[in-house]
Ligand binder design. Structure first.
Ligand code: GTP
Length: 339
């Protein structure tokens, strides 16, 4: 099977693909979600997909690349994603709504437990699951744990996605595809790179195959239904995560209190946000000497927010301590993590 083939050729049934589940090797034609010309009389499909995998395997980056814009934040720190975010891929033949989840992992805190139950309930509700494994790392216990969990969900088909293929040689990719095929009985296995856009169109084709027939749920051009306030908070958190180490990334939460155009200045949006950390020592780190670090974080976040919203932004960012918020149900609710 060649990579980057036409969408219409991809219409193999789940049964066919079970016999030959591997979709090409990376190195095929690049392109993002470009397929999707509906064949004559082919029904329109609409549905939900969800990517799961160990932290840091590239789930959020993949969703952004498929959707074509930055709707989920990414970082080199594991467990960056905390919220369920939807990105929408529009094609003539289909609408693929991607639900981004936090990685499944063994819960260590109350926050961890809540995230895991959130993930499991999401998985039974979507139409297809994308189980992600990076091409450039050996399959480990964590991957096996998640592969077992998702293949136990009988009602949802699982497609394996070998990510970050730009970081592996052809031989390594081939070996990884084989290793992944031994993990569980996947419907399909697709090697991709979100960095170079390789095989993203093929992945979309494969996911769309599993969606039910139905009309579009979102208007053309809508890329996400996350409230802007949430996206803005996530961009601030992403800027704050850069350059911090150890436990600190997990201790940072951001709440956007207010967001409105400045009276008499329709071209300027005022945003008031608070960054929460768990301890005073962390507050000092986040703020930095003479407030330097916080200033950099604010500038970086502001630029990203301006790019997202297409307007000039004034960002008022404060840091507060919410003691041990990850373990405290009341604080968790306040920061938007509901049970
Ligand atoms: N070279 C390369 N790097 C990638 C690719 N996809 C993701 N990355 C990088 O891998 C890191 C983790 O990516 P994320 O998308 O945040 O991973 P995630 O699985 O969503 O992580 P969690 O939110 O922790 O679950 C980031 O530094 C990305 O830039 C890819 O296709 N190629």
């Amino acid at each position: 099977m060649t990579a980057g083939r036409d969408a219409r050729d991809a219409g193999t049934s789940a049964k066919d693909s079970a016999r030959d589940p591997v979709h090409g090797a990376a190195g095929g034609a690049p392109g993002r979600a470009a397929g999707g010309s509906p064949g004559a009389g082919a029904p329109h499909r609409t549905g939900f997909a969800c990517f799961v995998g160990r932290p840091n395997v590239g789930k959020s980056t993949l969703m952004n690349a498929l959707v074509g814009t930055k709707v989920a934040i990414t970082s080199e720190k594991p467990q960056t994603t905390r919220r369920v975010i939807r990105g929408i891929v529009h094609r003539p033949d289909s609408q693929l709504i991607i639900v981004d989840t936090p990685g499944l992992h063994r819960p260590r805190t109350l926050l961890g437990e809540r995230l895991d139950s959130l993930v499991l309930s999401t998985l039974t509700e979507v139409d297809v699951i994308g189980f992600c494994v990076p091409a450039n790392e050996r399959i480990g216990k964590g991957d096996r744990f998640i592969a077992e969990k998702v293949s136990a969900i009988r009602e949802t088909p699982v497609v394996a996605v070998v990510t970050k293929c730009d970081l592996a040689s052809k031989k390594e990719i081939a070996e990884q595809l084989l290793a992944v095929s031994r993990l569980a009985d996947f419907e399909d296995i697709v090697p991709v790179s979100a960095q170079t856009n390789e095989q993203l169109d093929v992945l979309t084709d494969v996911l769309v195959k599993h969606l039910p027939e139905g009309p579009p749920l979102y208007l053309d051009g809508e890329l996400t239904d996350e409230p802007e306030q949430v996206l803005v908070g996530e961009l601030i958190r992403e800027a704050a995560l850069e350059g911090v180490r150890d436990e600190l990334p997990h201790s940072i939460a951001v709440v956007v209190d207010e967001m409105h155009p400045r009276p008499g200045r329709e071209d300027l949006l005022d945003i008031y946000a608070v960054m929460f950390v768990e301890r005073p020592s962390q507050k000092a780190i986040v703020i930095g000497q003479k407030g330097e670090r916080l200033k950099q974080v604010g500038t970086k976040a502001r630029k990203q927010i301006e790019a997202l919203l297409g307007t000039r932004v004034y960002l008022d960012l404060h840091v507060k301590v919410a003691k041990d918020w990850q373990r405290d149900p009341k604080q968790l609710r306040r920061l938007g993590f509901f049970d």
